[in-house]
Write a protein that binds this ligand. Sequence first.
Ligand SMILES: *Cc1c(COP(=O)(O)O)cnc(C)c1O
Length: 407
Amino acid sequence: MSILQVTKDGVFGEGSHEFGGSYVPEQLGRALEKLNEAFEKYKDDQAFEMELQYYLKEYVGRPNPLYFAERLTNKLGGAKIYLKREDLNHTGAHKINNTIGQVLLAKRMNAKRIIAETGAGQHGVATATVCALFNIPCTIYMGEVDIQRQALNVFRMQILGAEVVAAKSGNRTLKEAVDEALADFAENYDNTFYLLGSCVGPHPFPLMVRHFQSIIGREAKTQILNKEGRLPDVITACVGGGSNAVGLFYPFVDDLEVKMVGVEPAGKGIETGFHAAPLSTGKPDIIHGFKCYVMDKAEQCHSIAAGLDYPGVGPEHSYYKQIGRAEYVSVNDEEALNAFLTLSKLEGIIPALESSHAVAYAMKLAPTMSKDQIMIVNLSGRGDKDVTQVFEMMQMNEFKSMSEIGK
Ligand SMILES: *Cc1c(COP(=O)(O)O)cnc(C)c1O
């Protein structure tokens, strides 16, 4: 029996230690029920699985490598570090695994339009991409503030044929974009599919997103067994909503000798209140229709990596934390930026600022481990999208490690 206990209603754990579930108005509940029925029907369907595998191979470019980072390993002088190269996927990150899976489900459900939320724009781009591929009209909800901050990603979505709609309530960022997408879905679910971007939200989204992202861990497991003949000692990934992490972790959950570590953004420092680390600092609460660890409302959701700043987190991670199956740590902006520059220079791989959090943690942990130990780091995405931001920060001289560029 698996150590992971989850009910058919998507509730992890029990009693006062429950996470996940679905706390939504009646009409949205009906939309989610219909979605769950379709997911249950197709997730183990052979024709569906074959079509999914076809697109993952031919369009996304899977399997991507599990790369031995030899220079990084030698420099740190401890555990062998392997990088799972999600950055090499089409569109440059793990998000496409999930959007391909969900768009195929939307097609099976005869959806006439697809909607999605986006914060920094990465999930919006991944959704607009698969909607172009399958010729389905696409509407992306994005906070008005984020639209101004991420003009190029908005333009990318428009090039791909999507309509971007501004969420104008509240703080006008990701939270409001999710609220508006959920409202649209509740209203129009007879012809509309809501393609959610991480393992968060009401049931069945966390289980569905995990299903489509676990290809990461399944591949990594086969690859490490081929290369090393054994399982890794540690696997690690950054945690925003938690989908790239749960995708890596889930296939290892019952291999208790494999330590799983999720890395949250400590932003300007946990003590400053400017961070996005609900697992490190938050309390169980309800957000967007599900129960998970949520940041204190007095704190400001912030990270150098826009893709990590969500005030809640996936229910499965909340549960892993509670039962002690995974450990959650945090890495601040400066450490992430330092890892971004280090990996670029040592391996010729520019990681996404999100993924740089996992690399930064590996740089702390590896030297404390022995040379015959093995660590897998999920490189969730590539850093091309972040180069302008890093350039601007360099002009402002915000960080010490910047002075290393060009030396
Ligand atoms: C969106 C994003 C993340 C954070 O999302 P998760 O659901 O936590 O995986 C991490 N890395 C990259 C490259 C992303 O685009």
